[in-house]
Ligand binder design. Structure first.
Ligand code: HPA
Length: 282
């Protein structure tokens, strides 16, 4: 069996054969947030099961394909459907696509997710720019032997979320008059939502929003030196003293309502990335 490095190269070669561009960005579309893919002028759509070594998506509302094409005149890759720890994948499997995006020459990674709001100033449907995170998944995608070709053993996490991307997103949100909260995201393994006592704990330790994804991808992006930004859609409020039951259809509905401003923001951000200047990487 080939090692991780070889698998990444095989996967990247497969994509490159079907789409000969260097992506300006790779975008991961979170729960209920797939419609951004419609803005992309698709040039190749690759089902995950056909890409060597890619895991397969099992989560409801996640399609499971890599859309390759143009957005705002830039070549981009979009994951329609992401992989979650609660589906039974290892964190190494979940973050494999991030490794492939880096190998393809992507210069930024943009992540979206649906999250529960812990900050009482937030409202259902708000967008939150993730400024920092707390990893409570009980696991880490970098556990195991470190391949120095992919990154260093002890990556620094003092500024995991790229400052320049964050500043641009804040500026663009102002220009577009899109309210954009900022805060700390905490990731748990899931799949159950949290108890009131857990929400109280998560708020106490400094989190503004809670979800079951994103943090593994960010850790691997930092390891790979791939600048990363992430935005949460607050799909439900998780206030321990005023908690009401929440269902997946409700979460999906709120995510869909928040999609229009999120799409605008991401498209504007992509337009700030350098256009393709050189020939695609060989
Ligand atoms: N917890 C609570 N509410 C949520 C989550 C979560 O992980 N994701 C979306 N809404």
């Amino acid at each position: 069996m080939s090692g991780l490095y070889e698998q990444i190269q095989e996967s990247a070669a497969y994509i490159r054969q079907r789409w000969a561009h260097t992506p300006a960005a790779a975008i991961v579309l979170g729960t209920g947030l797939g419609s951004l893919a419609a803005d992309i002028v698709a040039e190749a759509v690759l089902p995950y099961e056909q890409i060597p070594h890619f895991p397969r998506s099992t989560a409801p509302s996640h399609k499971g394909q890599l859309v390759c094409g143009m957005l705002a005149g830039r070549p981009i890759l979009a994951m329609e459907g992401r992989f979650h720890y609660y589906e039974g994948y290892s964190l190494q499997q979940i973050t494999f696509p991030v490794r492939v995006f880096k190998a393809l020459g992507a210069s930024a990674l943009l992540l979206t997710n649906a999250a529960g709001g812990l900050n009482p100033r937030f409202r259902k449907g708000d967008l939150m720019l993730i400024e920092d995170h707390i990893n409570l998944m009980g696991d880490n995608p970098l556990i195991g032997p470190n391949d120095e070709r992919l990154g260093e053993r002890f990556p620094d996490m003092s500024q995991a979320y790229d400052l320049s991307l964050r500043q641009r997103l804040q500026q663009l949100a102002l220009e577009e008059r899109i309210p954009l909260q900022g805060g700390v995201f905490v990731a748990l393994a899931g799949p159950c939502l949290e108890t009131p006592a857990e929400y109280r704990f998560l708020r106490t330790i400094g989190a503004d929003a809670v979800g079951m994804s994103t943090v593994p991808e960010v850790i691997v992006a930092v390891h790979a030196r791939l600048p990363v930004a992430a935005i949460s859609v607050i799909t439900d409020m998780c206030l321990p003293d005023a908690l009401t039951p929440v269902s997946l259809p409700e979460i999906l509905q709120v995510a869909q309502q928040a999609e229009a401003p999120l799409r605008r923001l991401i498209t504007r951000l992509v337009a700030t990335l350098p256009a393709e200047t050189s020939a695609p990487s060989a």
